[in-house]
Design a protein around this ligand. Structure first.
Ligand code: FAD
Ligand code: A2P
Length: 279
């Protein structure tokens, strides 16, 4: 492991780390949108080795240092109150990763996953719906699309389409990769749209927390229009809980246009332009 950096700024909630790992000793190669498995150190309560956990890759195939020798993850430490005892419980693998020291060895498997691959078409419209660490694959996409070094390394992929990220986070200090995202949005205003749903600072029209699905509802007409184009791909990554709300928002818009959303979504899925990875 090379580095382990905090992604939550002062005043933010919980622990989310950007972890960069060295691949130079092995032959692991990966693509944007794939995941890797991590096997935490130690054993479980039965004395058996821990099971692997999957994490979305947050770097491009070239890695953060552009030398094709690293892979980065964006990991939130799982923390919850035990439903019976009320004690605070910390997740095994996420705690291991968030606390890991530079120089330590990490057991990695994979890469796996075809669901979240980025289309080759440089003119595509790429709609990205993320909550929390669901940003990971989209950071890789956006680097590939907009980072200068990436453009040089990938002369066959000159992105000229539209990328639209709608990102749900609880408070401003929890906007993961905030500076990078905003720098790209400023530099490429024609090609990159950045929309936040800051749940505990902004309100939805009913006065409750502003969730990603409320932003989807707000922009449903535009999103629906974009989805009519055969080269529009929609990606969803992060909390499982966001799926139903997003579906409901798009269903309402489809109905306004006299279209059955379930049929339309299934067709997009068949056409490999509806991509969901939630956990
Ligand atoms: P564990 O020690 O395995 O604890 C998890 C268990 O705790 C749950 O199974 C459940 O039994 C219990 N639990 C959890 N919450 C509660 C609660 N509120 N109340 C009661 N019980 C509860 N995570 C990231 O941080 N970043 C990523 O990029 C990422 N990508 C993923 C990609 C995929 C494809 C998948 C499937 C998952 C991804 N995850 C990601 C989640 C990750 O794999 C782990 O599930 C997560 O880190 C928790 O693992 P852990 O070992 O820390 O928790
Ligand atoms: P909140 O926690 O305010 O209820 P993080 O991973 O950093 O906690 O961010 C996850 C974001 O997703 C938070 O803004 C969280 O809101 C929000 N969220 C929680 N539950 C849902 C849900 N069911 N649908 C959409 N967003 C959700």
């Amino acid at each position: 492991m090379i580095s382990n950096e905090p992604l939550v700024a002062d005043g933010g909630i919980g622990l989310v780390q950007h972890i960069k790992m060295d691949l130079s000793a092995g032959d692991l190669k990966y693509l944007e949108g794939q995941s890797i498995g991590i096997i935490p150190e130690g054993t479980d309560e039965k004395g058996k080795p821990h099971k692997l956990r999957l994490y979305s890759i947050a770097s491009t195939r070239h890695g953060d240092d552009m030398n094709d020798e690293t892979v980065s993850l964006c990991v939130r430490q799982l923390e919850y109150k035990h439903p019976e005892s009320g004690e605070t419980v910390y997740g095994v693998c996420s705690t291991y990763l968030c606390g890991i020291e530079p120089g330590a060895d990490i057991k990695i498997t994979g890469p796996v996953g075809k669901e979240m691959l980025l289309p080759d078409d440089p003119d595509a419209t790429v709609i990205m719906l993320a909550t929390g660490t669901g940003i990971a694959p989209f950071r890789a996409f956006l680097w590939r699309m907009f980072k200068e070094e990436e453009k040089k390394a990938n002369p066959d992929y000159e992105f000229k389409g539209l990328a639209w990220l709608i990102f749900g986070i609880p408070v401003t200090p929890n906007i993961l990769y905030k500076e990078e995202l905003e720098a790209m949005a400023t530099e490429y205003p024609e090609n990159f749209e950045l929309t936040y749903a800051i749940s505990r600072e902004q309100q939805n029209p009913e006065g409750g927390r502003m969730y990603i699905q409320h932003r989807v509802a707000e922009h449903a007409e535009k999103l629906w229009e974009l989805m009519q184009k055969p080269n529009t791909h929609t990606y969803m990554c992060g909390l499982k809980g966001m799926e139903d709300g997003i579906d409901a928002a798009m269903k309402a818009q489809a109905e306004k246009n006299g279209v059955d959303w379930d049929t339309f979504r299934k067709q997009m899925k068949k056409d490999h332009r509806w991509h969901v990875e939630t956990y």
